[in-house]
Design a protein around this ligand. Sequence first.
Ligand SMILES: [Zn+2]
Length: 175
Amino acid sequence: MHKEKLIFHFSGRNAPCIAKDMRCPNCGCPDSKVIDSRPVEEGNSIRRRRECLACQKRFTTFEVLESVQILVVKKDGSKELFDRSKMLSGIMKACQKRPVNGEEIAAEIEAELQNNLVQEITSRDLGEMIMVKLKQRDDVAYVRFASVYREFKDLDTFLAELKELKDSNNRKEAE
Ligand SMILES: [Zn+2]
């Protein structure tokens, strides 16, 4: 299934119309820069303020994703469909016997990807997102996940990561 992005243009007094791309409604130039972006409440859509690079006219697009298929770009460059259960199983492994709700982390990440209308994410970035959330919740789960994910090559790298974690915890306590 291909994900189609519908784009609504609001320009001046014109009624919003559905556009196939982000062309400037004034001069038709396809290039614009985004000045401001914010997700619209219901998720799955985003409002963007744009400025045409050719005529500098500003316009607003309201982008709606009809279906939510996210592609994950793997290290070797190949792409596969984002698989929630696969992500969850990786998180659950790290959270084994730890007081961490892996389902909640997976749901949060999925919601963030959808709210930001992400269509493609590298497996690396996805892993980083998971690590940030684990780190906020539980050191052990975080280190477990990071050790698999970052493929610590030797004990020194692993210990360095642990030390950094410990230092940042100490800093938190000192604050
Ligand atoms: Zn223009």
